[in-house]
Design a protein. Structure first.
Length: 238
């Protein structure tokens, strides 16, 4: 059964990414995604790939690497890189090990999260989770781009939940990977060390809202949504 959810067309656990007001050109065109909830925090580790070339990326491999690798096998994709939205353990705790297993590079987040990525092992010990410290191969800055199978994502630096949080924005398909910046009906917590509530609200309102209501997003926890739905009804943002 195919159900349209927040502008993202779902077929069981794989998703065709598209704007809320458009239809995919063909079932085989463009980017697809699959969400694998990982760690006790049920973090939305996301596989994103080009359906035509079956090449893609793993976003936020926080842990449970065997599950992530099973999903990679199931989708039959060739992973070309790992992307990180920010440095919390549920998003980045498995990144160093997955990089070694797959032989790929890590891009993101912004360098301001180095302080978190350098302490993942300690964060893990506090929660009883295995984790390794990780240094990405590439830090990301506002205005830069990354590619996944040739599809371009613009980088927005959106501090507040963590100082180095980034959002990956694919304009052609009006789609974002939002990490823990914004959720359906909520926003990222800012009571952690380095959190900044005002900065987070500012980043959402000045960087994400102007993208337009049609933009759909996968976030770090819970269901997908759109900018329009959150602009109208998110209690933290209205
Ligand atoms: Zn987080
Ligand atoms: Zn999280």
């Amino acid at each position: 059964m195919r159900e349209k959810v927040a502008g993202i067309l779902a077929t069981q656990r794989t998703w065709t990414l598209m704007a809320a007001d458009t239809q995919p050109q063909t079932a085989a065109s463009g980017l697809k995604a699959a969400i694998i909830p990982v760690t006790p925090f049920q973090q939305n580790c996301t596989l994103i790939w080009d359906e035509a070339t079956k090449t893609g990326a793993v976003v936020d491999p926080g842990g449970d690497l065997d599950q992530i690798q099973a999903a990679i096998s199931e989708t039959g994709i060739q992973v070309e890189k790992i992307l990180l939205t920010h440095g919390h353990i549920d998003h980045a705790g498995g990144a160093d090990e997955l990089r070694a297993r797959l032989g790929v590079k890590i891009e993101g987040p912004h360098r301001a999260d180095a302080v978190l990525l350098d302490n993942l092992e300690m964060q893990g010990a506090a929660y009883g989770l295995p984790a390794r410290n990780v240094t990405p191969d590439r830090w990301l800055e506002e205005g830069e781009t990354v590619t996944v199978a040739g599809h371009v994502f613009d980088i927005l630096h959106c501090p507040g939940h963590s100082p180095g949080s980034v959002v990956f924005v694919n304009k052609p398909q009006k789609f974002m990977l939002a990490g823990d910046v914004i959720f359906r009906g909520s926003i990222g917590r800012t009571d952690f060390p380095y959190g900044d509530h005002e900065a987070l609200i500012g980043a959402i309102k000045t960087k994400l809202f102007p993208l337009g209501d049609q933009f759909a997003f996968i976030c770090g926890h819970g269901p997908t949504s759109t900018i329009g739905a959150e602009r109208r009804s998110n209690p933290f943002l209205t």
